[in-house]
Write a protein that binds this ligand. Structure first.
Ligand code: 5GP
Length: 210
């Protein structure tokens, strides 16, 4: 079956729990997945380290990366730039890992356009009320930023149907397993296994000719 990894985009409203979900998925199946680390111009939150959560860049540094085509995609989100460095993604796919990009919707649609076999997953909280509760509970952002993220969620909800699968993040462990199973299923899609199909056809013809 196919040996090249699948490019997977995971989006979801800010506060839907994508970060925790990704962390658990990678802990549980570390051999299978590679998580791309994005570049951003936003300030690090408390506890975030350069090169782990993000590569933190100045606006000038980020614009240089754009000019040198070092990013697969980039977008502006709540006054900052965010983008996906190209080199790591290509290396990991080649090495057979499924590469996960945790990015917002504008970036997701750009990636899908450039690489149509990208799998698009959208993580949602069980309800809108729960989303607000989680954003406030996180305690890392001002009320103003929380309001702008909720406003952004309204805009992003317009694009939900363009994703291949929705994943409801209620119970973390169940959610991790659902996501893993969806990705496993995706590896069996016939269009991703054209080499195998071709080989099977040829072998069957050879058998018939024997
Ligand atoms: P946060 O500031 O909460 O870490 O991220 C804000 C939003 O930017 C999230 O929706 C996150 O998924 C998205 N994001 C993170 N990295 C990238 C990226 O490389 N490209 C794009 N388009 N969005 C990103």
């Amino acid at each position: 079956m196919n040996e090249r990894g699948i490019l997977i985009v995971v989006s979801g409203f800010s506060g839907a729990g994508k970060g925790t979900l990704m962390k658990r998925l990678l802990e549980k199946y570390e051999e299978r997945y590679a998580l791309s680390v994005s570049a951003t111009t936003r300030q690090p939150r408390e506890g975030e380290c350069d090169g782990i959560e993000y590569f933190f860049k100045t606006k000038e540094e980020f614009e240089k990366m754009i000019a040198k085509e070092e990013l697969i995609e980039y977008a502006r989100y709540v006054e900052n730039y965010y983008g996906t460095p190209r080199a790591y993604v290509e290396q990991m796919l080649e090495a057979g890992k499924d590469v996960i990009l945790e990015i917002e919707i504008q970036g997701a649609l750009k990636v899908k356009k450039a690489f149509p076999d990208t799998l698009l997953l959208f993580v949602v909280p069980p309800s809108a009320e729960e989303l607000k509760h989680r954003l406030v509970g996180r305690g890392t952002e001002s009320m103003e930023v929380i309001e702008s993220r909720l406003k952004r969620a309204v805009e992003e909800s317009d694009g939900m149907e363009q994703y291949d699968y929705l994943i409801v993040n209620d119970d973390l462990e169940i959610c991790v397993e659902e996501m893993h199973q969806i990705i496993c299923g995706e590896h069996h899609r016939s269009s991703r296994n054209m080499g195998f199909i071709q080989q099977m056809k040829e072998e069957l013809k050879d058998l018939k000719g024997e």
